[in-house]
Each structure stands twice: as C-alpha cells, then as structure tokens.
Write a protein that binds this ligand. Sequence first.
Ligand SMILES: Cc1ncc(C[n+]2csc(CCOP(=O)(O)OP(=O)(O)O)c2C)c(N)n1
Ligand code: SF4
Length: 319
Amino acid sequence: MLKDIDLSGVDKTKLKEIHKMESMVSSGHRACQGCGEVLAMGMVTRVAGPDTIVCNATGCMEIISSPYPQTAWKVPWIHVAFENAGAVASGVEAAIKALHRKGKVSSKPNILCFGGDGATADIGFGSLSGAMERGHNLLYVCLDNEAYMNTGIQRSSSTPYGASTTTSPCGTESIGQHTQKKNMPRIIAEHGVPYVATASPSHPTDLMDKVAKALAVDGPAYLHIYSPCPTGWGSKGEKSIEIAKLAVETNLFPLYEVVGGRFGFTKKIKKVKPIGDYLKLQRRFRHLTEKEIGFIQQTVEDNYEELERFCQATAKCEE
Ligand SMILES: Cc1ncc(C[n+]2csc(CCOP(=O)(O)OP(=O)(O)O)c2C)c(N)n1
Ligand code: SF4
C-alpha cells in the first residue's frame, strides 16, 4: 500500500560538515584496512549521534569493536546472536517506549541494529522480518559484504553469481557461486515499512541523508549498505571506495529509496560503466570468462530495468 510520507524537512548532510560530526565507533578498532563495513558504521553513527542504543548481530563488526575488556563503542551496545538481532532490538525499543510512558526516562534514543548479510538475509532473517512486520520504531542496517567473512569467507544468499568463496569455490567444475543474490531491500520493502534504502560509503552524503530520513520516520526503517571487504573479495584496501563507486556506476548496486512504498532513484548514472571494470579489481571474480562476464552484464541491465519499472509504477501521478 502506498502512503504519503513527507521527509522534506529532514536536514541534508553537508560534505564539509562531516568531519565535525562524531562517529560513535572510535578509532583503534580491529577491522582490516579498507573495511567498508566499519566505514559505513562510522557514517551511520555520525548521524545517529550519542543518544543511540546499538544492537549488533554476531559477525565482523561485533568482533572488531568489542574484544573484552575493550570496546570501540561510545554508546550503549548489546551483542546479539546471529538469529535474533531483530527481536532484541524490538525488545529494547518496546522497553524504552514503556519507560518513557511511565516517565522513567525522558529521552527517546535511536535504536540501531547492525547485521552482516549473513545475519540479515540468512540466519537472522526471521527475527528481522518480525521486527519490520510488528512496526517497531528502529533502524536496521545491513552491512553487505556479500559473504560470511568473520568465519572464513563462506557464501551467503547475498553472494553474487560467479563469486568464489570458500564454500562456493571456483574450479574446473564450477564458476563459483551459481545462484543469484537475494534482493533484501525489495523483500523488506514488501513488508510495507515506511522507509527502505540502499546506500554506499562511496557516496557519503547520500548515505547520511538516508540515515537522517530513516531515523525521522515513525516506524521501522531498513538501510542496505554495500560494504567492500578487501580480505574476502581479494581486493586492495585502498581500492575499497573505488570498487564501491564502480558498483554504483555500473548500475550493479543502484542507489535508491522506497518511501511509503514509492520507489525512487537518489542517483542516476549518466554514463554507465561496463561491469568488467568492477569485476577486474577483485580476486573472487578473476576466473570468470568473457561469456560469464557478458551474462553478469545482462543480469545487471535486466535488474536495473526492473527497478526503473518499480519507480515508474509507484511514482505519484502529476495532476
Ligand atoms: C546460528 C549460528 N550459526 C553460525 C554462527 C557462526 N558465525 C558467527 S559470525 C558468522 C558469519 C557472519 O557473517 P555476516 O553476518 O555476513 O557478517 P560478516 O562477518 O561478513 O560481517 C558465522 C557463520 C553463529 N554465531 N551462530
Ligand atoms: S574481513 Fe572484511 S568485513 Fe571483516 S573486518 Fe576485514 S575487511 Fe571488514
């Protein structure tokens, strides 16, 4: 069902102001150099600010930020098992709501949930779906590095076709992952939640504007952030932002949002680059032949056309 939600009053992020915004994840954490996940988490928490509670599903971001007795977190943070991050975040939100109603707390902190693609699309999917369906006022952020990195680069349902991982290795009999990536933003949009968006650390103001909108809506919001992982993708740490940018510029990972059920691009690429430019920077794709690259190119174009149709179908009719 389409619903009108006015987000025009939400402040836009100014590029030259970002350095003044404090990340709630301190430096000195143990992420690999060039990790897209930790970069994205810093951007998200810059917008959310100190009045925030974080629920963190098991995965890289939990491990690198909380080696007991140390922590990189500057806000209340709870470690959550793979399968129930959505449920725990729901409980935290309901508890805050009750305490607020009873006059025991005055603030209404932002409730953030962070999960990798494995936590989000696979094992934690049920509890995430429940949280979205029940309408809890929280923001769930999927940090999508397209595999289970923390436990040794195993494939997930978010691993793209053709990628080599330790459980979908390429070889004479296999091209690597042979299924297509699960479309999580679309699946969550189908829950009818007020705000869903894709974002990338290569486009920081777009990403941070989306966090501000997600926190402004009343009810659940979902942000799917593309997160390069040099260790799992076999790429150079210093190339992470270039790779993330190429994912957007090839239309492999279009930047869009779904507000009240209406789909809209937040960035349109004028000169779309070939998918080979993106693939060649990563070892996980280096075995692919021209024929397979052609197949991936076609899939990218088909998916993009489908998204365009969603945008057209849900656009507001002009009087
Ligand atoms: C039910 C369950 N199965 C498996 C594990 C082991 N495990 C811990 S983290 C992890 C992978 C996490 O992958 P993802 O959510 O994509 O996050 P990433 O590490 O890539 O950031 C796995 C399989 C677990 N903790 N719980
Ligand atoms: S393995 Fe990948 S996701 Fe995990 S900390 Fe390293 S770069 Fe980040």
